[in-house]
Design a protein around this ligand. Structure first.
Ligand SMILES: [Zn+2]
Length: 230
C-alpha cells in the first residue's frame, strides 16, 4: 500500500494545482493582472504594472478611469523615425506646472499621479512641513537622440516618455530647485533628495546631479530606461 500512496496522491495534487488559481482571490495590489489603482501607494508590482500599460493600448486610460481621476487625452502622434507620442495626454496634476499643461505619454502621467501623491507631497511635508503647489519643468517631448548625439539611440523624450524637473514652488511661495539646493545641508536639500528617492519607486529611470553634469540642474524621470536611480 505504501508503494502506491504517491500514485494515489498524484491526481489530488494535480486537482489542487488546477483549482488553486481560481480559488485564491488576490487583492488587486498583489495581482499582476489587475489594473493599477493610481490612488494606492506604490507597491512591489507598481513599476511592473506601469510597464505593462505601455505595451497594452488603452490600459493606461483604463487605470485613470478605474481610479476616478480625470484624463485629458489628445490625438495620437504616430511614431515616425522613432519620434511621436502613442497616447498623448495632458499631465494630470493638482499642481501648477510652469510651462503649463505639459503633454506626456499616458504612462508618464500615471506614474506622476502616484509619485505626486505618495512621494512628492509626503517628502515636502516631512522635510519642509508644507505642501508643493507648483513644478518648474524643462520639457517632455523632444524629437532627439540621447544627449543630442548624432547616430545615437533615441531619447525617451522622443516619445514623450520622460519629463525633466527643475524645481518646485511651496505653499508659502518659496521655491526649491536644482542645482542650488541639491547639496544644501538644510531642509530644502533634504526634500530634494527624498523626492528623488521617491521618484525611483515609480519611474523606471531617475537621473539627477548625482548621475552626471548634464543633469546638474534637473531630475530626468522616464518610464522606459534601464532602471537607473541616481
Ligand atoms: Zn530628460
Amino acid at each position: 500500500m505504501r508503494r502506491w500512496l504517491p500514485l494515489l496522491l498524484l491526481p489530488l495534487l494535480a486537482a489542487l494545482v488546477l483549482l488553486l488559481p481560481r480559488a485564491v482571490v488576490l487583492p488587486p495590489a498583489w495581482d499582476p493582472s489587475a489594473p493599477l489603482d493610481l490612488r494606492a501607494p506604490p507597491g512591489f508590482l507598481t513599476r511592473y504594472k506601469l510597464s505593462r500599460m505601455a505595451r497594452e493600448p488603452g490600459a493606461c486610460a483604463a487605470a485613470f478611469a478605474l481610479s476616478g481621476i480625470p484624463l485629458h487625452q489628445l490625438p495620437p502622434q504616430p511614431l515616425r523615425e522613432g519620434c511621436g507620442i502613442v497616447e498623448p495626454v495632458r499631465l494630470a496634476s493638482e499642481l501648477r506646472f510652469l510651462p503649463s499643461a505639459p503633454v506626456v505619454n499616458c504612462p508618464i502621467a500615471a506614474a506622476w499621479v502616484v509619485f505626486e501623491r505618495h512621494g512628492l507631497q509626503p517628502a515636502a511635508l516631512a522635510s519642509l512641513g508644507q505642501r508643493v503647489t507648483g513644478v518648474r519643468h524643462l520639457g517632455t517631448y523632444n524629437c532627439r537622440n540621447v544627449y543630442g548625439q548624432e547616430g545615437g539611440r533615441r531619447s525617451q523624450h522622443a516619445t514623450a516618455n520622460a519629463i525633466d524637473i527643475a524645481g518646485f514652488t511651496l505653499a508659502d511661495g518659496r521655491s526649491v530647485g536644482l542645482p542650488r539646493d541639491w547639496n544644501a545641508p538644510d531642509q530644502a536639500g533634504d526634500f530634494l533628495r527624498r523626492a528623488r528617492d521617491a521618484a525611483c519607486r515609480v519611474f523606471a529611470t531617475v537621473l539627477g546631479p548625482d548621475y552626471n553634469a548634464a543633469h546638474r540642474d534637473h531630475f530626468h524621470l522616464d518610464r522606459g530606461g534601464w532602471g537607473t536611480c541616481r
